[in-house]
Design a protein around this ligand. Structure first.
Ligand code: NAD
Length: 301
């Protein structure tokens, strides 16, 4: 039985742990939010009271945390001198971080892990909460060939497509490009649906038309931002996340940071980032990112 320690049990971590348990893994869990950890007890997870307790005896540690600062704190220790998990794990423990973070933090953690003879890969995901629940996530791995092979053995229980993007940090870079595209697609989808509504079209009919036309995209197919069109989409559930708007703003910010470093033009991504900044400033940070649709509706007559 595979022994896995899982840290970060939010919207994504929770369903990923459920799939690891279903696959017959022994999973010990930890989150600074104790309610999030306790919620997995009845499914068979071992709830740890500390990170130390969680990772002891684990063959693999997986993390699913909000941003780079949390990943650095968990692996390397926090600013107040707290101890990171690299100092807690047993020799030979394999490390997978599936959070979406800046490539520089991913490379730093990989370097520190390797210097202490641990294998580490960055393996951010795409597919959202629905993909995490269904076990169909796409994993985008950055790391060595042997790290990738080791990761496949674990990630096959939670995902469907597992890609090797390249060296340490490259998984994050590919994920950032994907989410830059997602932010643009979601903004464009909200914009087109809102324009149609302002001109008397039924958004459901318009969605069906665009789904069979050249405007077809992931948001229209699986995540329609207009309420009442897709029963299971966050839009039809008061925009409960899902994928929080603050995490989309973080990812578009990571895109901007990368573009600044490489001096790449990203006018569309920059615009999408600014739209999310305005939208979030109105108290939408913790709502699903598809709630950007309301931003468009508010600007309409
Ligand atoms: P979330 O905020 O719901 O969950 C993060 C969890 O990490 C929380 O439960 C939080 O308490 C915990 N945490 C924070 N600091 C911690 C620490 N020091 N020790 C232990 N636990 C800690 O976020 P999420 O939606 O699950 O997303 C997680 C990551 O996955 C993010 O980087 C996000 O960008 C990425 N992601 C999310 C989605 C999605 O649809 N939600 C899709 C793809 C990728």
């Amino acid at each position: 039985m595979m022994k896995i320690a899982f840290i970060g049990l939010g919207n994504m971590g929770h369903p990923m742990v459920l799939n690891l348990l279903k696959a017959g893994c022994h999973v010990s869990v930890y989150d600074i939010n104790t309610a999030a950890a306790n919620a997995l007890k009845s499914a068979g997870a071992t709830v740890a009271n500390s990170m130390d307790e969680c990772v002891k005896g684990a063959e693999t540690v997986m993390t699913m945390l909000p941003a780079g600062e949390h990943v650095r704190a968990v692996y390397l220790g926090d600013h107040q001198g707290g101890v990171g998990l690299l100092k807690m794990i047993d020799a030979g423990t394999f490390l997978i971080d599936s959070s979406t973070i800046d490539p520089a933090s991913a490379k730093l953690v990989a370097q520190e892990a390797h210097s202490q003879s641990f294998e580490f890969v960055d393996a951010p995901v795409s597919g959202g909460v629905a993909g995490a629940q269904a076990g169909t996530l796409t994993f985008i791995v950055g790391g060595t060939d042997s790290g990738f092979k080791q990761a496949q053995a674990v990630l096959q229980h939670v995902g469907k497509n597992i890609f090797h993007a390249g060296k340490a940090g490259d998984g994050q870079m590919a994920k950032i490009c994907n989410n830059l595209m997602l932010g643009i697609i979601m903004s464009g989808t909200c914009e087109a649906l809102s324009l149609g509504m302002d001109n008397g079209l039924d958004p459901k009919v318009l969605s069906e038309i665009m789904l069979q036309s050249s405007g077809r995209n992931w948001a229209l197919e699986l995540y329609n931002p207009c309420p009442g069109i897709m029963e299971k989409a966050p839009a039809s559930n008061q925009y409960q996340p899902g994928f929080m708007a603050k995490l989309m703003l973080k990812d578009l910010g990571l895109g901007l940071e990368a573009a600044t470093n490489s001096q790449s033009p990203i006018p569309m991504g920059t615009l999408a980032r600014n739209l999310y900044a305005f939208h979030n400033a109105e108290g939408n940070e913790c709502r699903d990112f598809s709630s950007l649709f309301e931003f468009y509706r508010k600007q309409s007559k």
